[in-house]
Ligand binder design. Structure first.
Ligand code: CO
Length: 451
């Protein structure tokens, strides 16, 4: 087991127990009753990288202010709150300020070509809020003016065309929930347990409802020639991100999406138009898409040769490994969410498969010797995050928590040893191995590697 001593990038700060909104605060202070306003309580759930202090801080429950306890009437019941004009676009509660994307500064040379991580340990259900979807950029966030946006389709087509955003919005659209996982998710963990937090080990994933036009509808407009078998999708970012896509995927479930979770895409997610390739590695979901060229053979771009290929033990590399294999992880307990109570505790987690639906999830308390069936609350959708949960009774002894997904193709999530037997340890990408969390006798949770 190896852990890092990277300092947490916690945005947590402290929780003031006084009124948070400016108007309420003004009224509160005018009354001269702001005695409790300076008292700060401990914040739970800060980032945990390395053991020192992290789990201990996360483990302490926020102290309650007796002035707010029954039968007292707390301040928030005594004053008018903000009106409807205070926040035309809403924000989370200030008490949830610790639920943020985080990045690891030593992982990449610059933040413009880098990644941050979704706080999956603090989320509920299978939908990721737009502002918390992890980002992976190669040339920073591209700011596209929709009035000047154009999508060009050329190459082996009957009629090369240029579409405006208005043009795209006039086609029939559909809305579907899909997960998006970076091929490098869990990529630091190939040689051993590295990052002590599920946000960092598994947070290069998000799941939203995309609204867009099926790519086949747009390809119908230009007419793909009979020898057109491959597509090259090119982004408008300064890195000129481009990837090769087989025509079969384009005609199957690929989408050109303009919205996520009901609103137009965020700039960080490809505004105003991005490619959606359900179940396939996130690198191919070209953001700010500006051109699709149809050809008769693959392009072998930078991002599918020197990157996003899977180096094997013998020095050869697999390429065009597009599908994301079935994977699951327990998001509580986890290093950020220690076990606080003896007795019955809830296990919760996420499972997914790039090939279809989650069929079963099993949970182990003894490092994979015995397994129990987890519950899969509705809905279970194809190529979408699926929630699972189960109970376990904790008596203060060490527990080795694992989860294992089986998808509807019958594929079973492998152990790391099984994965390494086939793939070696040279890879970065496509690590879908079973994750182990050690719950120690104090209830803290650590990322560990078995065997
Ligand atoms: Co791949």
């Amino acid at each position: 087991m190896k852990t890092t001593s990277q300092a947490p990038t916690s945005g947590a700060g402290s929780r003031a127990s006084g009124p948070p909104s400016s108007r309420a605060r003004r009224q509160f202070l005018r009354t001269g009753a702001g005695v409790a306003a300076g008292a700060a309580a401990t914040v739970a759930g800060g980032a945990v990288l390395g053991h020192a202090g992290g789990a201990a801080a996360a483990g302490s429950a926020p102290a309650a202010d007796p002035a707010h306890m029954p039968p007292n009437v707390p301040w928030w019941t005594q004053y008018l709150g903000d009106g409807v004009a205070a926040a035309p676009y809403g924000s989370p509660s200030p008490y949830e300020a610790h639920v943020v994307r985080r990045h690891v500064s030593w992982l990449t040379a610059t933040t413009e070509s880098s990644v941050n991580f979704t706080p999956i340990q603090d989320l509920h259900g299978f939908v990721t809020p737009n502002g918390l979807c992890f980002e992976r950029h190669h040339g920073g966030v591209t700011e596209v003016n929709p009035a000047d946006y154009r999508l060009m389709i050329n190459g082996l087509v009957d009629t090369p065309m240029i579409f405006t955003l208005e043009d795209i919005l006039r086609f029939p659209n559909e809305s579907r929930f899909y997960f998006l996982e970076c091929a490098a998710n869990s990529g630091m963990e190939w040689r051993g347990a590295q990052l002590n937090g599920v946000q960092y080990t598994h947070g290069m994933i998000h799941c939203v409802q995309y609204t867009g036009v099926p790519l086949r509808v747009i390809l119908d407009q230009v007419g793909v020639k009979p020898n057109g078998k491959w597509l090259m999708a090119e982004g408008a970012d300064s890195a000129g991100m481009h990837r090769t896509i087989p025509l079969e995927k384009a005609l199957d479930d690929a989408m050109l999406a303009f919205a996520m979770n009901g609103e137009m895409l965020r700039p960080a997610n490809g505004y105003p138009l991005r490619l959606v390739l359900p179940g396939w590695e996130g690198n191919m979901w070209v953001k700010w898409i500006r051109r699709i060229e149809v050809g008769d053979q693959p392009w072998f771009t930078r991002e599918e040769t020197s990157k996003y290929t899977d180096l094997l033990a013998d020095g050869k590399a697999r390429y065009f490994t597009w599908e994301m294999d079935a994977k699951s992880v327990i998001t509580g307990p986890c290093p950020e969410k220690p076990v606080l109570h003896k007795g019955v505790n809830q296990i919760k987690g996420l499972a997914w498969s790039g090939r279809g639906k989650v069929k079963e999830v099993h949970v182990s308390l003894d490092g994979g010797r015995n397994w129990m069936q987890a519950r899969l609350p509705d809905p279970v959708l194809p190529k979408c995050l699926t929630c699972f949960n189960a109970e376990f009774e904790w008596n203060g002894e060490e527990v080795l928590l694992q989860s294992r997904v089986v998808d509807d193709t019958g594929y079973v999530q492998p152990t790391m040893r099984a994965l390494q037997t086939v793939r070696g340890v040279n890879s970065i990408y496509h690590n879908n191995a079973i994750q182990t969390w050690l719950v120690n006798k104090s209830g803290e949770v650590e990322n560990v590697r078995l065997g």
